[in-house]
Design a protein around this ligand. Structure first.
Ligand code: SAH
Length: 482
């Protein structure tokens, strides 16, 4: 195989990152924008010792799972990786990803026997109807658009894959449709009021990013402008443009009701965030209100959240509600239980659990998240929940040693690297009746299941949830018992 040469290959599989995989002379070649089942001409762009990367030149025979991307910049944008694959096929890939690692890493012989269901992204939050119509778009409640210069002109859009080149966009299909109108409004404001935009090379220019958040249950909208300076100019004009954008969206809703997220949008909060540092971090530390409130409210289930520009909040609230609802179902609480929610973040799961348990303890490493969690408990008037800041693997053993209380159910929702072994060791020692494992990486979930199964635990059942359609990410919630 030679670099820059073109080869015809059959795409047989897909990688963790969503790259199609085929073979040339027995060597694996990873090719972006291809689908298992494609026959394609590809050009070798990078040659390593035991594998290579290719670029798609031409599809010779398309896979039956291939579809036309809905977004014109899908191939260049660093966001979606699976727009050229049908959603049914995407769900199949995700299901297989989980089954494969449970078998290979988890040592579970027939993982399909324990799988309850695969839940695809839908518009509605009803969790009992699994055959509802899937819609892999318009699910994100938060968008962050970089603003910059391209060919000497201000642009707003997304970074191209692996670079900071901004691809101008007028709509992002995974975001709420209101964004289309906001992008237009902010672009007009930049042009009419001659707003300077940030240049990453020189560190000069005012506007850096536009962040939007929508409460999917409440319709409350936040627009946050990230600026390189202490002040923001032409505020009145900005507000006029934003208010008109909301009106235009409403008119659009009446005209094409099927094509939209059909909630009544209210411009609730316009803020600006000060970020004068030369950094890749989007937000600075200080946020000021221009209009309305400093936060929007939203609900997951009937738990209320106040979300400011800086707060962490689940980006697909509809799927989150279903996934956490399943975690609650697996926990099977009757009202008498003591529950630990490890890696609790802002306490979303803890608060879900607290409504059905005697007492819930949450532990999380980020102090700001715990502050939010405590505030969220207060907003929801839940008094049977207590939060600790620290590493779960340190806080829980210490707590257990000092309190020597029984723990009935343990819930874990760790980051991609999974649970610390020391925490698993402690859980085995505590010996709760149930463990509910919410996972964003099936490989580490499988590793942890393997550890637990060597210590007397077994996988009872699990469900797969797609929270980030058109990307390779997949969530799993599993019930383990002794
Ligand atoms: N269920 C949470 C989100 C969990 S994401 C919610 O709804 O908000 C995983 C969380 O684990 C993150 O908030 C991260 O900060 C936290 N984390 C990472 N390592 C940790 C550790 N060693 N101990 C406790 N929390 C940790």
């Amino acid at each position: 195989m030679n670099k820059n040469e073109i080869y015809e290959i059959n795409i047989e599989d897909i990688s963790e990152e969503g790259l199609g995989i085929g073979h040339v002379n027995g060597m694996a070649v990873f090719v972006k924008d291809t689908v298992p089942g494609d026959v394609a001409d590809i050009r070798i762009v990078k040659l390593k010792k035991s594998y290579a990367y290719g670029r798609l030149e031409e599809i010779i025979t398309p896979s039956l799972d291939r579809v036309e991307p809905v977004c014109p910049v899908a191939r260049r944008c660093g966001g979606c990786t699976l727009q050229h694959i049908s959603y049914e096929a995407e769900l199949g890939l995700k299901k297989n990803k989980v089954l494969n690692v449970l078998r290979r890493i988890g040592g579970i012989e027939n993982p399909e026997d324990y799988l309850e269901n695969v839940y695809g992204v839908c518009r509605t939050s009803s969790s009992d109807d699994v055959r509802q119509e899937f819609c892999p778009y318009r699910y994100r409640n938060k968008m962050q658009f970089p603003v910059g210069i391209s060919d000497g002109k201000p642009v707003m859009g997304f970074y191209a894959g692996r670079t900071h080149d901004i691809i101008p966009i007028d709509d992002c299909h995974i975001g709420h449709e209101i964004n289309k109108f906001i992008i237009e409004a902010v672009s007009s404001w930049i042009e009419r009021c001659d707003i300077s935009v940030y240049d990453e090379n020189t560190g000069k220019g005012q506007l850096r990013h536009v962040l939007t958040r929508v409460g999917f249950k409440t319709g409350e909208l936040m627009v946050c402008l990230v600026v390189n300076g202490k002040k923001i100019t032409h505020v009145e004009e900005l507000l006029d443009y934003l208010k008109s954008a909301v009106e235009e969206y409403k008119e659009h809703l009446i005209k094409c009701p099927d094509n939209s997220n059909d909630i009544d949008i209210k411009l609730t909060s316009v803020v600006y965030n000060i970020n004068t540092k030369k950094t890749n971090k989007i937000l600075g530390d200080e946020t000021k209100v221009i209009y309305g409130s400093e936060y929007i409210t939203d609900y997951i289930g009937d738990t209320r959240f106040e979300i400011s520009a800086q707060s962490f909040y689940q980006v697909n609230p509809i799927q989150t509600e279903k996934l956490y609802g399943k975690a609650l179902e697996y926990a099977g609480l009757t009202g008498d239980e003591t529950v630990w929610d490890m890696y609790c973040g802002i306490g979303t799961i803890s608060l879900f659990l607290a409504k059905k348990a005697r007492k819930v303890y949450g532990v999380e490493i980020v102090p700001q998240a715990i502050e939010d969690a405590r505030r969220n408990a207060e907003i929801n008037e839940l008094e049977n929940v207590e939060f600790y800041v620290g590493k779960a693997e340190e806080v829980v053993p210490k707590w257990y040693e000092e309190m020597n209380d029984t723990i009935d159910v343990v819930v874990v929702d760790p980051p991609r690297k999974g649970c610390d072994e020391k925490l698993l060791e402690t859980i085995v020692q505590i010996n709760p009746k149930k463990m509910v494992y919410v996972s964003c990486d099936p490989a580490t979930l499988s590793r942890d299941i393997k550890y637990l199964s060597e210590h007397g635990w077994k996988l009872n059942m699990y469900s797969v949830y797609d929270q980030f359609s058109r990307s390779m990410h997949v969530e799993t919630v599993a019930l383990l018992t002794t």
